[in-house]
Design a protein around this ligand. Structure first.
Ligand code: ATP
Length: 434
């Protein structure tokens, strides 16, 4: 299906160095994407904002970075070995494979009849060590949450937290999706930002409500407009058996309304399961003098890549400027990969270049995401910066050098969204862009 809105985003992302197809010179690898120089800045800004908001700015949260490879017993206990699967169906005629819940009867490729539906486990298997036998098989983690539960006891023993408290983790997750699609929306290697927030059983509803609001606050912070996000209360039949409440936060992607994040109340399912499988009690003392308890848990789960796609889709704007169509990314400055670009008006005038370098170096000391650009005429540079979502462009010209003495040490600063230019003193630049 051709979707022009999506095609434009995919092509801008590639052309301007945000996101490239994985292993492209070898014909690609389905379900993998590589983040380019601007993509990695955008991604880091989003992850840092999340970490700041949910770990560093709170005193009921701490962070973790667990190994991707874990003892396979952990994935047996969590139910992933037995049940982390999608229904797979193969076309009898062209042998293409599809997710049974995404096709209606006939093969979407050739119209052929589909075969039996079977369950396909989505975990990637791998061997640990030199021996290739059953005992060496493990899995690339399909979610980051597992690493949090197996470290529950470690964190409790080190810090003796009281309820409620949470552990957060950002990292890669891997799922052998039957049909990766829609750019970075459904890939086989992606990143998650997950929280397990431990509470007393009687207090899960308050915590759930608090995290529901926090999800919206995060969307606002990264520039995903509230009107594009919709809560879907997952009904009894579709929730995991242990969950009393689950909300999917859906976003209006160019290809339809689809899951952006999830929020689930998981009761004490995970700690109980890991406790009985490992034989290690996963309890904590909440009130001194009382018996240790197994806390319940609220799990907000954010996809990094889906956030990036929602941010790109929300920022993508076309307008008309000087009679021409202009494309720009209306990033807020917190996520923008480049906060400001510095231009010498002409690149063959050493005095201009030297002064521009001075301004560039001064800004970069305080704001690292500054770009130097002296390529082509000023109009072209503005276009390029608009397309990558740079909020400010700063030009050093002859007046900066004192050609009009009253304008010495001033520069022009151009606003991306209005395309208006203003003359301000170099001393005021930092406060304007920071
Ligand atoms: P879906 O129903 O779309 O497959 P899910 O319900 O399986 O998603 P979860 O297991 O709840 O997803 O994972 C938590 C989050 O991780 C999702 O909300 C999403 O942001 C992200 N995520 C899950 N699978 C993928 C994927 N294949 N590619 C990119 N992000 C993903």
């Amino acid at each position: 299906m051709v979707d022009s809105g999506m095609d434009k985003i995919v092509s801008l992302a590639k052309r301007r160095g945000f996101i490239y197809p994985g292993s492209e010179i070898y014909g690609g690898l389905s379900g993998t994407w590589d983040y380019g120089p601007l993509g990695v800045e955008l991604k880091n800004n989003i992850k840092n904002l999340w970490w700041r908001m949910f770990v560093q700015d709170r005193d009921d949260m701490c962070g973790l970075d667990a190994a991707i490879l874990m003892n396979p017993k952990a994935w047996e206990a969590s139910g992933h070995v037995g049940g982390f699967s999608d229904p797979l169906v193969e076309c009898k005629k062209c042998k293409h494979r599809f997710r049974a819940d995404q096709v209606e009867g006939k093969c979407p490729e050739c119209g052929g009849a589909s075969g039996e539906v079977r369950q396909f486990n989505m975990m990637f298997k791998t061997e640990v060590g030199a021996a290739e036998d059953e005992s060496s098989t493990t899995y690339f983690r399909p979610e980051t949450a597992g690493g949090i539960f197996v470290n529950f006891k470690n964190v409790v023993d080190s810090f003796h937290p009281k309820l409620p408290f949470g552990i957060a983790q950002i990292g890669k997750a891997f799922r052998n999706e039957i049909a990766p699609r829609d750019f970075i929306f459904r890939s086989r290697e992606f990143e998650q930002m997950e929280i397990e927030y431990f509470v007393r059983a009687s207090e899960w509803e308050n915590a759930f409500e608090m995290w529901r609001k926090q999800v919206h606050a995060f969307n606002e912070a990264v520039g995903i407009p509230a009107q594009s996000v919709h809560e879907l209360d997952v009904g009894d039949g579709n929730r995991a058996h242990y969950s009393k409440r689950t909300i999917d936060f859906e976003f209006d992607f160019p290809f339809g309304r689809k899951e952006l994040y999830g929020l689930a109340y998981r009761a004490d399912f995970d700690l109980q399961a890991h406790s009985s499988a490992s034989g290690v009690p996963l309890k904590m003392i909440d009130v001194e003098g009382e018996v240790p308890i197994t806390p319940h848990v609220i799990e907000p789960s954010f996809g990094v890549d889906r956030t990036i796609l929602a941010v790109l889709a929300s920022a993508y704007t076309e307008d008309e400027l000087g009679g021409e169509v202009r494309t720009y990314l209306k990033f807020n400055s917190a996520v923008a990969p480049i906060k400001a670009a510095v231009f010498p008006l002409l690149k063959n005038k050493p005095e201009l270049v030297a002064k521009a370098r001075e301004v560039y170096t001064m800004l970069k000391r305080f704001v690292p995401q500054i770009m130097w650009d002296d390529n082509g005429n000023i109009g072209k540079r503005y276009r390029r910066q608009d397309e990558i979502g740079t909020p400010w462009c700063i030009t050093i010209d002859f007046d900066t050098l004192g050609e009009k003495p009253e304008l010495k040490d001033t520069v022009t600063i151009r606003n991306r969204d209005t395309a208006e230019q203003e003359r301000i003193s170099i001393d005021n630049l930092l406060s304007r862009i920071a």
